[in-house]
Unconditional design. Sequence first.
Length: 148
Amino acid sequence: MEDHLDRIDRNIIAALSAEARLSMAELGKRVGLSKTPVMARLRRLEQAGVIRGYAAIVDREKIGERHVAFVQVKLSDTRAAALDAFNRAVVAIAEIEQCHMVAAGFDYLLKVRTTDIAAYRAILGEKISALPHVAQTSTFVAMETVKE
């Protein structure tokens, strides 16, 4: 669908990315359309999967999740079935905020958020190390978040 997005579609996406709770009237005003056509475009973007959903942006530090670690994961097996098993299992661990397969000397980079180092140690030992085909992990602890 990317090649079918025009300037107005991109403006709708930008406006909602900045402020997802805009009313249809306000969104229409910002992109130069009335309410009905902006609703039709928004529905089309949602149905095409361009807009996958809407979420609250939570300040994790304010709810006690201050510890951020990045974990390099090397797998013992990188055939398709092993990658698929790892991918399915990693989704079930709530503390893993992000998981990226990477082209590097390791296979995956995880962003893990916990309350403190003790909680992280438990997640690493009990959950991450137990993921399918994990051979090795290396942890990097974030000292400060500059941009998210």
